[in-house]
Structures are given as structure tokens and as C-alpha cells.
Design a protein around this ligand. Sequence first.
Ligand code: GLV
Ligand code: MN
Ligand code: MN
Length: 406
Amino acid sequence: MNSSRLTAEINHLAHFSSHPAPAVTRVLFSPEDFAARTWLIDLATDAGFFIRSDAVGNLFITWLGSDPSLPAVATGSHIDAIPNAGKYDGVVGVLGALEAMRSLRESGHQPVRSIELIMFTAEEPTRFGIGCLGSRLLAGTTSPDQAHALRDPNGRSLDDLRPSSDPLSSVLLQPGHYSAFLELHIEQGPHLDASGIDIGIVEKIAAPAAFRLTLTGTGGHAGAVLMPDRHDAFLAAAEIALAVESSALNSSSPDTVGTVGKVEVRPGAINSIPNHALIEIDFRDTDLTTRDQAIALIQSTAEAICQRRGVSLLWQHINADPPATCAPHLVTLIESATTTLGYSQQRMISRAYHDSLFMARICPTCMIFIPCDKGYSHRPDEYSSPEAIAKGTLVLAESLRQLSAA
Ligand code: GLV
Ligand code: MN
Ligand code: MN
């Protein structure tokens, strides 16, 4: 493979950002996202692959096999980036896969099954509040009606923004459409980097859940309303955020994690008591039972906090997905590809979610992880070395070679 070509492309893609370098921000259907998509389409066209896009903007880059009637082997990831992110999350699985396809072709491989690279729309939840929108629609986990109802923070709908007038129902894929799906991704955690292991082979993807809480209290003058008479919406939200932390800390599963990463307070004036607060809770676990027990505890605690404070609570469910199990035959195949290439490896869990969580519902799926510096991710200093990326790309290429051979 051509590691310097891939490194240059990863660096180039980072320029499509609404924040200056080293930060990367590329929100779904923003001018930067559209420019990045156009650049990727040009790159894949120059490489001689066939390209199509579906009604939600998932992009499919296809290398036709000698028997295109067989279910294709798919690979891919995303290129959208949360605010103030780095340049590797998702991107390695898109540009690395393109490099894997180009180098397999340059090495003389002729696939029997087609190889299809998917760039998924909106793996990140930034614009519409829900992650993995493209793969959810492909797998049928989110219905077209649920997708029609989505609004961004400015009230714009998915239908206003998506670059296609085809019905969203046309996005759905039938089980059996793909023979396998592989996603190359940075680990986004510290394990591989700390232990000096080249490749992580994912056996399970943790189960994510997300909730939006709207709290309505009573506003008033920050000097004139005495403390016993207050119904401060922000203080109720703050107590709930602490309850999220303690519920995760007290869970019997070491894998339970809870985050309140989004807070809105209104009216937002220093001398005004907040009458409105909105928080979003991200809650995950590898074990569905302990995750849901912890969420039930947060919900009952939140209701008690709001009752005590005289604040009303609207609890909205965004998503609560089960974990995914990777296909054992793909775990074994990637393990043997990694051994053939002489790299060190370890089976592991993905604590972040990925489009693989939803692809696993419609085809055998597995993920290839590579180390990233100190495990940093979703921040501008996210870094994965060209050597680490090259190893992951070669493992992906060798796995795709084998899977497309028959
Ligand atoms: C994906 O970006 C996640 O939040 O796990
Ligand atoms: Mn991400
Ligand atoms: Mn990602």
C-alpha cells in the first residue's frame, strides 16, 4: 500500500473544517461536509471506482467483482466530525478502505464478489441528536417516519437538508445484501497504545443510550427572589447530572459510563434565575441489564429532584440500542490476516459506538482497531501514526482480499 498517499489524503480531508487546525469540525450537510463529500467522490472517481449515493446521503464506492450477482463485501466508516474533533475518527476507515481497494487492485487482485466502501451519513449525533443515522436507516432500526420528524437545533428538517428527493424508504437494505461488513477505526481508548499492540479485533460493541431532558422552572430577579422561593431549572439539571455520575459509578458493571455533554440554560443572563434547562445524557454499557438498571435509577432520581424543587421535567428518549456481537468467523479471519502480516493483536470490546453496531443487524460484521496516541479522541490532539494506520489498512486489505475471493 501507499502510506504516504494515504497520509496526504487524511491531512487534506482535515482542511474541510469549520474550525481552524488542528481542530476539525465537520457537521452533517454543512458547507464543509458537502465540500469533503465532493472531494471524496472525485478521489474515488479518479481511482476508477463506481459511485452512487442514497436518499440520506450514504455514499457507496464500488469495485465491481467478476460475479456482481453475489452479495458484496462491504467496508467503511464516516467522515463527519463532532465540534472540535481530530482528523482520524471515522476518516481512517473511509480513506484507509479506499487505499486498501486501490492497493489490492494495483497488486493484481481481481475480486469475485464486489467490494463496496460505504461512507455513512451522520455517524455523529451533532446535527440531529441521533448518531449513526445513515446506518440506522440502512438497517431499518430507524424508520423513515422517525427520520422525517428529525429537526436540527435551528428547526431545519432532514428533508430540508438532504441532497436527494428520493424517498427515505429506499435506503433500507435487505438482510443478505452484503456478505460481510468490516470497519477499520482508531481505538478511541488507551489500551492498544499503552500495551504496544498493533491491532485490536473487536468482538463486541457496547450498547449506547441517549436521553433529552427539558426542565421548566420559574424565572425571576437574581437579587430579589429569596432562596426558599426559587424553582431554578438549572439547579435541578445540575443535580440530575450528578445523579448520572453516581449511577454510573455505583453500577455493578465496570463498563457503565454516563455523560452529560450538552447543557442549555435560559434565559442565560447572570442576574436572572434560569427558568429553562435542557440536558442530554449519553449512557452506555457492555451489559444491557446493568445499563438499563442504572438508567431506571437516574429517571426515578430525576423525577424526585424535580418534584422537590418544583420544576417540571420532560424526559425524551433519543435511543437505547442493544450491544452488537461481531461475527466469530470474521474475528478469526482478521486474526489470521494479522498473523500473516506479522503484527501483534488482541481481541477487544468497542466502548464507542460505530456504524458497525447497526450493520451487525443485517450482515456478519467485525471491526479492526488501531492504536491512537494515549487513546485521545473527540479532541483536536487525536493522533494515529502513519505506521499504525498502514498496519490497519493492510489487515483490512488482506481481509477484503480473502472475503472477496469467492
Ligand atoms: C461515536 O462517536 C461515539 O460517540 O461513540
Ligand atoms: Mn466520533
Ligand atoms: Mn467514529
